[in-house]
Design a protein around this ligand. Sequence first.
Ligand code: BES
Ligand code: MN
Ligand code: MN
Length: 454
Amino acid sequence: MDDIDSFLDAHKPTFEGELCALLRIPSISADPNHKADMGRAAQWVADQFRGMGLAPEVIETTGQPLVYAATPPIAGKPTVLVYGHYDVQPVEPLNEWISPPFEPTKRSGNIYARGATDDKGQMLTHLFSTAAWLKTRGKLPVNLQFAIEGEEEVGSKGINGFLATRAGQEKLKCDVVVVSDCSQYGPGQPAITYGLRGGMWFQLRLSGPKQDLHSGTFGGAVANPINAICKLLAALIDDRGRIQVPGFYDDVVPLTEQERKAFAALPFSEADFKQQVGVKELAGEEGFSTLERRWVRPTCDVLGIWGGSQVPKSAIAARAGANVSFRLVPNQNPQKIAAATKEFLLARRPPGIELEMEVLSGSEAVVVPLDSPYVRAASRVIEQAFGRAPVYMREGGSIPIVRNFKDQLGVDTLLLGWGLDDDNTHSPNEKFCLADFHRGIKASAHLWNELAKQ
Ligand code: BES
Ligand code: MN
Ligand code: MN
């Protein structure tokens, strides 16, 4: 692997330059104003494959385009599907960014920009490792396929639709999936992730009087949508951190004693964690540790809330709304949870208030087996590239497609995260450590070699 390793060393500036080029495209999937940027980002990814001598396809979906490419077939070797996403989250609040979100800036070994770690930087590690093989050896030791989508941050509807078709399943057929879209356990401690939470995201819209009303003249006689939404949202969780929707916990797979022990054995400092997130005290469901609360217990969080005037004004608002998410764990079913939640909320609808609940997206949690030769191969290359053997962890975040790869293609996913918990994913000042970027490329290049031995 010396030839490939020296190619990687020699091309570090090129890789960083290319990463910055993609980071300059504001591909925010949730914002229809960025429709054209989504197309540009997809084309940019396709151009990377063209630059390697591959023939990519930009597949139209019901939403954003899916970029597909495959390396020339190598008989008798496994087929590996690399999945990643070129879309990013919105950037608000903009004034909290030290450098603008779409002007990638290097500061103390990190590259700062929206999408740096989630997922442009991590996703590109696999493209660049593949380019290195093609440029130095002219071919890969395995069959590689890439599916790089543009709707992960809004629930992956397009690629899920594609994966539900016969043609999509034929195209993405593989032996194993590789995804780098999560984190290491901590700085200097790489990890292999074997579980992700699922989720159910919904929007609640309440309306009362036909227009805003003087709160003195009418207050007390007319239902107030903001009062009502506060009460409804507050009813979702009790003081012990338990979600109150009937049947919510019915299907939850309890933690095994073995897993509890394994989590407890991971080095974890509550004090450091408090400092990292900037709180004096932690909170959550009674009876569970912080790692358990983050990785394997379901949650309910209000993500946004609106209504009324943001400057003092003596009026009752006509409308109020909120975006809410549940994080789900094995074997909770998002549709079932959505139906039970709707029933719970409608039963509490106060008189004089109209209530609408719209489900935005849902995905099931996933756990991948650790006793596989693929996991052992990944573990070896991570140890080589990062200088330390990975620990096995679960994650609280969701990557909706991973569960569908299992259900539709019957394959497991290797979740190899190169990011860090303090990368400010979805927050202002998102970053990616450039040393991890290069270690990720190296691990990926070696992974193709190790997977070829399976
Ligand atoms: N890459 C993240 C998920 C993630 C982050 C997994 C950190 C593990 C560690 C992904 O891009 C993401 O943000 N997913 C969304 C999915 C949702 C919008 C449907 C999430 O988890 O909120
Ligand atoms: Mn991501
Ligand atoms: Mn994300």
